[in-house]
Design a protein around this ligand. Structure first.
Ligand SMILES: CC(C)(COP(=O)(O)OP(=O)(O)OC[C@H]1O[C@@H](n2cnc3c(N)ncnc32)[C@H](O)[C@@H]1OP(=O)(O)O)[C@@H](O)C(=O)NCCC(=O)NCCS
Length: 213
């Protein structure tokens, strides 16, 4: 029998499990490890902000002690950019140097592609943040997908944002599954841009999608 699933608030003791799922879904919904194996750096880049600054907007799907997935939100994307530059970027630089990546040309190429995409993301999101000030990420471990868990987790975040009178929410989805999920959830496509080029991967397009709350 499948274990009962509980949706619950994030606790700092969950950090390692959340970061693992983040890393395991970072390559367009698939594990990033074959391309870049630094889980600490990638998870800090993609998830560090939410766990450190707005942990009350992360919710988990817990299957009898095993983490099936999480959703993480940010209520104010403009504030996110300021905090990211001051609080997360220096940590990333520290990990980059400490882990010796500056000696590896392939990592430089990946980082430059990510930095270019991050700049585009920042420009697009700065404009969107007026009407859709919140943003979110939703990731499930592979074994738990297509069972309605993502929809339940996302509803939990939406209810919390609505209770805080936030007027809109946007997401960026590069995976086909993510794009289909958010279209089904009523999101409108607002912008798109090329995902960072990753060696050996076909090109992907990031869809920026918004929902008025
Ligand atoms: C995308 C993701 C979050 C969806 O969560 P989920 O629990 O698998 O989705 P649900 O079962 O709640 O699906 C709800 C609806 O979304 C749509 N949907 C979800 N995944 C889909 C997929 N892979 N392909 C097409 N439609 C999909 C369907 O309409 C589905 O309803 P249905 O099953 O009745 O047809 C999850 O599959 C995932 O974590 N994928 C990898 C990481 C990722 O891509 N994250 C999104 C980036 S922010």
């Amino acid at each position: 029998m499948a274990p009962a699933l509980v949706l619950r608030a994030y606790d700092p003791a969950d950090a390692a499990a959340v970061r693992r799922i983040c890393f395991d879904t970072a390559l367009f919904g698939q594990p990033l490890r074959p391309v870049f194996d630094d889980e600490a750096l990638v998870a800090e880049a993609l998830e560090g902000y939410y766990l450190r600054y707005e942990p009350e907007l992360t919710f988990l799907a817990d299957a009898a002690g095993t983490l099936a997935g999480y959703v993480s939100g940010c209520a104010d994307t403009r504030l996110f950019h300021r905090r990211y530059a001051r609080g997360i970027a220096p940590r990333l630089l520290g990990l980059f140097l400490l882990h010796g990546h500056w000696l590896r040309p392939a990592v430089w190429a990946l980082l430059l592609a990510s930095a270019r995409a991050a700049r585009t993301w920042r420009d697009v999101h700065g404009v969107l943040a007026r009407d859709y000030p919140a943003h979110a990420h939703l990731n499930l471990a592979a074994a738990w997908r297509r069972q309605g868990i993502g929809a339940q987790l996302f509803d939990r975040l939406l209810a919390t944002l609505r209770a805080r009178d936030i007027r809109g929410l946007h997401i960026s989805a590069a995976s086909a599954g993510g794009q289909a999920f958010f279209a089904r959830a009523g999101f409108q496509r607002l912008a798109e841009y090329p995902a960072p080029a990753i060696l050996g991967q076909p090109p992907h397009t990031v869809h920026v999608m918004g929902l008025k709350l």
